[in-house]
Design a protein around this ligand. Structure first.
Ligand code: TA6
Length: 317
């Protein structure tokens, strides 16, 4: 055993590159996983391009809540992670292009294509890896295509950085007819204890309260606490960043990019009990949905036009 004093200094063999991100594409298994040298990792199902796990803090901390009874076999939308909502948020309205679609649209229940990965070695940002997924009209089920007969292209990019996850949706009108859509990233954040969790950045913002028969009100709290079922659509939020705090300490920053609205949802005990794929039943104590989107009204896309919006979630542990 060479004692420490005489052990040769470790040297980098000339040309030895620092380890980069690893990306496992078990497309056959319908999943794509990426891991950074720092230990940060992300797991995405091709089904719905649903992020089902995002770990930071050296890989020690899972940041997303995933129901123990979430369907991960493509049989139904995933209960947890980051489901992608497009082209309609919530139950579709009557007499509209989306009226025949299911709640939250078809994106989260369609099989996306993995388009590839790219890594960025730029100076500011340590190693990160971007994974791209695509969904096109041609990928849709016959039923979905009939329900929403527009030609479109979606590219959803998931970028894993150290202690950060960026998810961005690019929507292109590939057809000759204008169409309207809504989009939302239905993020289930994992929290230690909902009773000591608060949300900052929404003070003064008008919201639609779906628990109170969709009445509107202005947020009076600088730090909103959750002590029962919450289902609120905050619209046209001036501050780009919504912060989730645990016992007063910032836990997540959710930064919107070209998306003006945010939904805050916690089903609480009764609704959790009523959802067959929500488990454990007290799981509502450890999750909070902070969902950035463009859901107040409709985005209109002319033929050939493109819309892009997304989020960066920063883990502040
Ligand atoms: O984003 C909040 C919400 O619209 C709630 O009203 C609730 O319906 C939730 O989405 C989950 O919807 P899902 O269709 O996934 O059960």
């Amino acid at each position: 055993m060479v004692d420490r004093a005489n052990r040769p200094q470790a040297i980098n063999a000339p040309g030895a590159a620092a380890p980069g991100p690893s990306v496992d594409i078990s497309a056959g298994g319908g999943r794509v996983a990426a891991r950074l040298p720092s230990g940060d990792s992300v797991d995405i199902l091709l089904y719905g391009a649903t992020v089902v796990s995002w770990k930071s803090n050296g890989g020690d901390t899972e940041n997303l809540w995933l129901s123990e009874k979430a369907a991960l076999d493509g049989s139904k939308a995933v209960r947890g992670g980051v489901p992608v909502v497009f082209p309609v948020f919530g139950p579709p309205p009557p007499n509209h292009g989306t009226s025949s679609l299911p709640q939250h649209g078809f994106a989260r229940t369609s099989r996306w294509e993995f388009l590839g990965k790219s890594t960025s070695e730029d100076a500011e940002d340590p190693l990160s890896v971007k994974l791209d997924f695509g969904l096109y009209s041609s990928n849709l089920s016959e039923e979905a295509r009939k329900a929403w007969p527009y030609h479109f292209g979606l590219v959803y990019s998931v970028t894993l950085g150290k202690d950060s996850l960026q998810t961005v949706m690019n929507v292109r009108n590939e057809g000759s007819d204008v169409f309207e859509f809504q989009m939302l990233l239905h993020t289930y954040l994992r929290v230690k204890d909902i009773s000591t969790t608060t949300i900052a950045g929404l003070h003064g913002v008008t919201y639609k309260d779906k628990v109170l028969n969709s009445t509107t009100a202005a947020e009076t709290h600088h730090a909103l606490s959750i002590d029962g079922e919450v289902d609120r659509v905050y619209a046209s939020i001036p501050q780009r960043t919504t912060t989730v705090l645990e016992a007063g300490s910032p836990r997540f920053d959710v930064v919107r990019d070209n998306l003006d609205d945010t939904v805050v949802w916690n089903p609480w005990a009764e609704k959790a009990a009523s959802m067959g794929d929500f488990a454990p039943k007290d799981g509502f104590k450890h999750m909070l949905c902070v969902e950035v989107g463009a859901v107040n009204g409709w985005q209109k896309l002319e033929p050939g036009d493109v819309f892009e919006g997304g989020q960066i979630i920063k883990s502040l542990l």
